[in-house]
Design a protein around this ligand. Sequence first.
Ligand code: SAM
Length: 245
Amino acid sequence: MKVVILTLFPEMFSAQNSLGVVGRAIGDGRLEVSLINPRDFAQDKHKTVDDRPFGGGAGMVMRIEPLLSALKSAREQMSGTLVKTVLLSPSGVVFQQVTAIASLSLEGLILICGRYEGLDQRFVARYVDEEWSIGDYVISGGELAAMVVVDALARHIPGVLGNKQSIIDESHLDGRLDYPQYTRPENAAEGSVPGELLSGDHNKVRLYRRREALRTTFERRPDLLTQQLFAVEERRLLKEVIDTN
Ligand code: SAM
């Protein structure tokens, strides 16, 4: 999969593109990330990419022309037709695990990072397919949001995570949060590891993890549970959670 990111601060991506899961995905050739700076397309000698908002008010607005030239350059890099252009924006729909997984069926994704007070709306209306928000707060630029999107995507590219089970078990994949994890030592001043995990009985471990995942979800994000259909076993485990709460 190929991701092209339009950003005024391409330097911010150097750590992500060389380290960790994303760095490995790029290194293995499973993910391609390229960066385009709209400032490189600015026509005047000061390389201006922003201007004052019509109607007045604080801050600056990103101008259409450098953005459009950068977008054309991004589209030239994309061979296929299944390409989506996404603006990172606090006014967008909230980016979710399912959004990341659905995006993997695309041949390419163009992510546009806003700065200042955002982009000229005429550019957004004409060239942006979707707007994605990473949460209900405002950050200073779309770069951190684009990194969040790229990381969440990379984890789901086949072969990127060594152990397939890591993504199957993760929070949000099936509308539940993750179960708690423990490692050595078995007994510590802070407590002991739950007996089921030490039993060596795969079914006990499975049921423990399912129940604790339901417990965490019930306690912290009950809204997720109202969107679910439960199998008989899960209904029983959920009842146990509710009864012991
Ligand atoms: N004036 C805008 C508003 O109030 O909605 C905020 C602009 S913000 C300072 C600059 C840029 O940061 C935005 O254009 C967007 O690209 C990015 N950004 C800020 N918060 C974001 C969020 N929650 N999710 C995704 N992108 C965000």
